[in-house]
Design a protein around this ligand. Structure first.
Ligand code: CTP
Length: 423
């Protein structure tokens, strides 16, 4: 059976960022997605981010001759099995109800012979307004399927119906309409209940679009890794994870969608951060790859360089006077492998914990691991587990040395530099 495909029309609302997550979920289900963005949608999510997610060109302008020559607007809808408008703003619903066709998205809606699913998201008053309700009634009569919005607190600070349903719920509905089995396990890594909740928990959400990293995806690794020797024993190190958690928090406060992949640590998840707990280096590497694509990856974790070559299923027993040999094998270098990855983040930052010749060693690591920056810190004191840190940020342009300050403050400073770089 040929793979199913949808044409996703993204319109301009604060919930537009969730369309990226929807695309990710649909692709995991094996559904191809082609995206059309209205002009106002591009104010919330960049076509570049959407193009990375769909792995395709993003369509926007009907009068773009190149697009029309290669694929006409009629073809766009003909090639899809289903048209999905997500998020669907009050304005888009009004235009669709009236049959207005003044841009690519509305023209497709008027010209299509395919089923259309609308997933509305808007302010509660706009949703309850008689004009919107009248338009919805009309659209349903015309055959459009309209999902009911969720109820809850909104980006604008009000409460009520109007929130975009959770992306896994939308993905499941799309699968049902396509007659494609929805595999809930494929949403794993980010349980449905944790995906949007994490973002909605971001402080000062109402001002989100004004924040410097809004719409950016940031992956952070933190903490140590535990490498099993047998079911009871493991190899570990003294990393507390605090610096990585502070960086994840700073990135979330600046509006980024942050995935924090944490080794075993005793720390509270910062608000607005999607946290994935792992134990070993191999697990950490797998989760980092699952979190791609990302704009920025900051690998703060103190990954064990080696793991036990063989891990017996049973506890190793004391056996006479023989000390059991501990054969080690090398762990993959997550940072170096990410630098070579086909989805390499635009900005790849490694950390270097050094006890001597700090800048010299960090400069060598930058070249060896082919990342963009190495943030070096002197761990000869009580940095691991302590409250403060000092950084030397080594880039191809030189070295910036930042004085010792709290791990939170230095994390914010680092994220400001990241925002300067990728803005
Ligand atoms: N790192 C990684 N995967 C590993 C080892 C390290 O991704 N298997 C990352 C760390 O998260 C950090 C950077 O690489 O961002 C530097 O780690 P470090 O352990 O200091 O570097 P090594 O290459 O292991 O060098 P050395 O231990 O000799 O200092």
């Amino acid at each position: 059976m040929a793979a199913k495909s949808i044409l996703l029309i993204v319109t301009g609302g604060i919930a537009a960022y969730k369309a990226l997550e929807l695309v990710r979920l649909l692709k995991r289900q094996g559904i191809a997605v082609r995206a059309v963005m209205t002009k106002s949608a591009t104010e919330f999510v960049t076509p570049l981010s959407m193009g990375v997610m769909t792995e395709d060109q993003v369509y926007g302008d009907m009068f773009d001759l190149k697009e029309e020559r290669e694929i006409g607007h009629i073809q766009l809808s003909r090639q899809a099995d289903l048209i999905v408008i997500c998020p669907a703003t009050a304005n888009m619903l009004a235009k669709a109800a009236a049959g207005i066709a003044d841009d690519l998205a509305t023209t497709i809606l008027l010209a299509t012979d395919k089923s259309v699913l609308a997933v509305p998201a808007m302010n509660v008053r706009m949703w309850n307004h008689p004009a919107t309700q009248r338009n919805l009634k009309q659209l349903r009569e015309d055959g459009m399927i309209v999902m009911e919005p969720d109820e809850g607190s909104m980006a604008c600070g009000e409460f009520g119906p109007g929130r975009l349903p959770e992306p896994p719920e939308v993905a499941a509905r799309i699968c049902a309409m396509l007659g494609h089995a929805f595999d809930a396990a494929l949403t794993s890594g980010r349980a449905p209940s944790t995906i949007p909740k994490a973002l909605e928990a971001q402080p000062d959400f109402a001002e989100e679009i004004h924040r410097r990293l809004f719409g950016k995806r940031v992956v952070v690794t933190a903490g140590p890794t535990y490498e099993a020797i047998d079911p009871i024993r493991y190899i570990a190190n003294r990393s507390s994870g605090r610096q990585g958690f502070a960086i994840a928090q700073a990135a979330a406060e600046m509006g980024a969608e942050v995935t924090l992949i944490a080794g075993p640590v005793h720390l509270v998840t910062p608000p607005g951060v999607i946290r994935i707990d792992v134990e070993s280096a191999l697990e950490m590497q797998a989760e980092v790859e699952k979190a791609l694509p990302a704009d920025v990856a900051i690998l703060v974790a103190a990954v064990a360089d080696w793991r036990a070559a063989d891990v017996p299923e049973q506890k190793i027993k004391k056996d006479g006077n023989v000390v059991p040999p501990l054969a080690l094998t090398e762990n993959p270098d997550i940072l170096a492998s990410l630098a070579q990855h086909k989805l390499r983040p635009k900005l790849l930052i490694g950390f270097a914990a050094e006890t001597e010749k700090i800048v010299e060693h960090a400069t060598a690591k930058l070249a060896k691991k082919r990342c963009d920056w190495i943030v070096a810190n002197d761990v000869s004191g009580d940095v691991m587990g302590g409250d403060n840190n000092a950084f030397h940020v080594v880039t191809k342009d030189g070295v910036e040395s930042w004085p010792e300050t709290s791990k939170d403050a230095i994390a914010r400073k680092l994220m400001e530099k990241v925002a300067d770089e990728i803005a």
